[in-house]
Ligand binder design. Structure first.
Ligand code: C2E
Ligand code: CA
Ligand code: CA
Length: 734
């Protein structure tokens, strides 16, 4: 009857109980075994209480039985025995009393008669009560014979008494011997027989009682033993059925604590434990979900859902895709957009860029252009990195064109239509065909960053990282250290490029452009050293030198041509230098030249690097009375709202717009819009880089005010500059 408890079912994902034989016995047992711990305990203890009650009832019944037997024995049987004994004694005694009566003299006979009568009465009393007691018993025959003997004795006694009264003693003796004594003897025999049988009866009754007692003791002992066994079994059973599932829960909780969320607490057929198990399972799911969320947050960018920089450096990321190439993509003018159109617009642009770039890469992978599983990650702000494998650089450039196409449509956002413009820094691990191994992601990223930087500097859409670039970077470093020397030893030159009014054809001013005559390297173009000087913070040396030269020239020109201005290029680094405006003001003052003859040119993209701060700095410069120009306009994507805030007086349309303008109706529309916008803000509009007559005609038609370019004049220096100056028609001083 003992089923084998197999409650320690393992905690494994969706375990089923093994269908072996003990298992089947277990199932049979489970059918009636309650599923709640409460009911199990109630059942266990209930059965125990019932068992105890049965044992108690049985013991009480047996004790009562024995008590009855004892009582009956004490009240009835013992007295009967005593009576039978008394009957025997009286029967014996009456014979002697009769002898004494016969021998007694007449005068003392009365006492002897009383003795004999007393004894006879006692005999009668005994017989009578025995007859009453034993009616219906198996001794009835014995008693009948006894009663008959008594009657024979009574008749013999009366006859004997008559002879005694007649003093006929010999006759009395004869009667005594012949009739009385035999009758008494018979009575004695009968009563002894009765005594004997009574004794036997009592003995057998005592035996019965003894046996009954023993049986009762056995019953109670058996029941108690059964109760003990059942209690033990129930105890073990209940304990196991509770402890087993609880242990299972403990194991499950331990696993959750160790971070194993895949295992499930299986059902135990114990409702309370199952409820806790279910709660644990729910908790496990919740914890696992939360952990996934946290992990997702740690490795993903919340705005775009793309992997973040950290994710990019995860080892499995690199090994899974074996990235061969890394394209760094930088969303242009994001900062400006955030500042002017709001962060929501900026966010939308970032999301759109992320979405379109991811899609383009996936499509390229699906088409087999690049390797499978490319990764696009957002590194910061508007900078994204794509890692993928590609056989060669031509493929990467084809991919870039695809991404460009994907970015083509402008993004509509809160009433604005904004173009997505990306600059790319590309890096690869070398030619795959030649078996070059994939570079680590961090190296690729560093290289791509260098490439991106040079792309931005050269204002081109993309640049590859190359060994030459690395060498150039190092050579620029050495060049920079020469720059300080250059300023001190007059290796720098100021060249001036005239600007002409399109309406009158007259020169309105010049732009100052720096030239460096390096003692060993020869001529170094400003495009080569200005960006590095800006980065290194050396540009202020150049700017101050140029300002000095410009003011000196203006002072020389003032007597004959006070209407001419010189515009000096100012870099954002200059603006950031504390007290720059103050220094400019002091220089102007020292030169004695009117402040309005000096112009300062600041590139649009430079302004957009830090729009809010720039506005404040421009106001400081404007305070000293120097007109300001926005250089390279159209490349920095400032908004109309932003332009309105700037205290500038000239807009210089970048030469990329002017180049072949006459052949491009689309660009003409743009230039017209820019010109109208500039005029709307009361600005003078200058077109840079005019090289052909057709371009000049076009910009004139589109409404530009001033032109600058090789068509009219190249930058001039020394004799050529002097010749140009001398040829200018003289004006009356203004
Ligand atoms: P920028 O300020 O846009 O200067 C105009 C540039 O366009 C000059 O190049 C000039 O020679 C060139 N240019 C003028 N007309 C034409 C044309 O018709 N066709 C073509 N293709 N080019 C034309 P440059 O002198 O090489 O200067 C390059 C850049 O270097 C300048 O661009 C300016 O950003 C920077 N730079 C030059 N001098 C200075 C300086 O003294 N200080 C600072 N901070 N930057 C300077
Ligand atoms: Ca300029
Ligand atoms: Ca320019």
């Amino acid at each position: 009857m003992e089923p084998t408890p197999t409650h320690h079912t393992p905690v494994t994902p969706s375990t089923t109980m093994p269908a072996d034989l003990p298992g089947m016995a277990e199932q049979a047992w489970q059918r009636w075994w309650p599923q709640r711990i409460g009911w199990r305990l109630a059942l266990g203890f209930g059965v125990l209480v019932v068992l105890m009650l049965v044992a108690l009832a049985q013991a009480t019944y047996q004790i009562r039985n024995i008590t009855g037997v004892t009582q009956r024995f004490a009240t009835g049987d013992m007295q009967r025995l005593l009576r039978v004994q008394a009957l025997s004694m009286q029967t014996e005694g009456v014979g002697n009393a009769l002898i004494r009566l016969i021998n007694a003299p007449r005068d003392s006979r009365v006492a002897e008669y009383a003795d004999v009568d007393e004894r006879n009465r006692r005999i009668d009393g005994a017989i009578e009560s025995l007859v009453q007691d034993m009616r219906g018993s198996d001794q009835e025959e014995n008693l009948k014979r006894l009663v008959e003997c008594r009657a024979v004795y009574a008749a013999a006694f009366i006859a004997t008494a008559d002879e005694i009264e007649a003093d006929n003693s010999s006759q009395a003796w004869r009667l005594l011997n012949d009739r009385v004594n035999p009758a008494l003897k018979t009575m004695l025999v009968e009563s002894n027989a009765l005594l004997q049988s009574e004794r036997q009866r009592i003995e057998s009754q005592l035996d019965d009682a003894q046996r009954q007692f023993e049986r009762a003791a056995l019953w109670v002992a058996g029941l108690s033993l059964l109760a003990v066994v059942l209690a033990t079994w129930l105890g073990v059973r209940t304990t196991r059925s509770v402890v087993g599932p609880l242990a299972q829960l403990e194991v499950a909780a331990q696993r959750i604590a160790e971070g194993d969320y895949s295992s499930r607490v299986s059902t135990t057929r114990t409702q309370e434990v199952d409820r806790v198990g279910q709660a644990l399972n729910t908790m496990t799911d919740a914890v696992a979900q939360r952990e996934r969320d946290i992990e997702h947050l740690a490795f993903h960018d919340p705005l775009t859902g793309l992997p973040n920089r950290t994710a990019l450096f995860q080892p499995q990321q690199a090994s899974a895709t074996e990235p061969h190439c890394l394209a760094l993509m930088d969303l242009a003018r994001l900062k400006a957009i955030n500042e002017t159109l709001g962060y929501t617009t900026g966010d939308t642009l970032i999301q759109q860029t992320a979405q379109r770039a991811s899609l383009a890469l996936q499509q390229a992978a699906a088409d087999g252009l690049i390797g499978p599983d490319p990764i696009v990650a957002r590194l910061s702000g508007g900078t994204f990195a794509a890692i993928f494998s590609a056989p060669n650089r031509a493929t990467v450039e084809a991919l870039r064109e695809r991404i460009e196409q994907a970015m083509g449509a402008p993004v509509q956002c809160s009433g604005h239509s904004v173009d997505l413009s990306l600059t790319y820094g590309l890096a690869d691990s070398g030619d795959r065909a030649q078996g070059s191994k994939a570079l680590p992601v961090d190296t690729l990223l560093r290289n791509a960053e260098v490439a991106l930087h040079s792309a931005k500097r050269a204002a081109v859409g993309f640049a590859w990282h190359s060994e030459a670039q690395e060498a150039a970077r190092l050579s620029h470093l050495s060049l920079l250290s020469d720059l300080r020397q250059a300023v001190a030893t007059s290796q720098l030159q100021m060249w001036l490029q005239p600007k002409f009014s399109l309406a009158t054809g007259r020169a309105v001013g010049t732009e100052a452009l720096v030239r460096w005559q390096h003692p060993t390297r020869g001529f170094v173009s400003p495009a080569e050293f200005v960006p590095f000087a800006e980065q290194a913070g050396y540009i202020t040396l150049v700017t101050e030198w140029m300002l000095q030269q410009a003011l000196r020239t203006l002072a020389v020109w003032a007597p004959t041509h006070p209407e001419l201005s010189i515009a000096v290029n100012v870099s954002t680094r200059d603006l950031q230098h504390k007290g720059f405006a103050e220094r400019v003001a002091r220089m102007i003052e020292a030169s004695g030249v009117p402040a309005k003859r000096l112009r300062l040119e600041i590139t649009e993209s430079g302004l957009m690097d830090d729009p809010t701060h720039s506005v404040a700095l421009l106001y400081e410069l404007r305070e000293i009375g120097t007109p300001l120009s926005i250089d390279d306009f159209g490349t920095g994507y400032s908004s109309l709202a932003y332009l309105q805030k700037l205290p500038v007086s000239e807009l210089k349309i970048d030469r990329s717009f002017v180049d072949k303008l006459d052949q491009s109706p689309g660009t003409q529309k743009l230039v017209r819009a820019m010109t109208e916008m500039g005029h709307g803000l009361d600005l003078m509009v200058t077109a840079e880089g005019v090289e052909t007559e057709a371009e000049r005609e076009t910009i004139t038609r589109l409404g530009c005010d001033v032109m600058q370019g090789y068509l009219a004049s190249k930058p001039l220096h020394g004799d050529k500059l002097q010749a140009w100056f001398d040829a200018l028609p003289v004006h009356a001083a203004s």
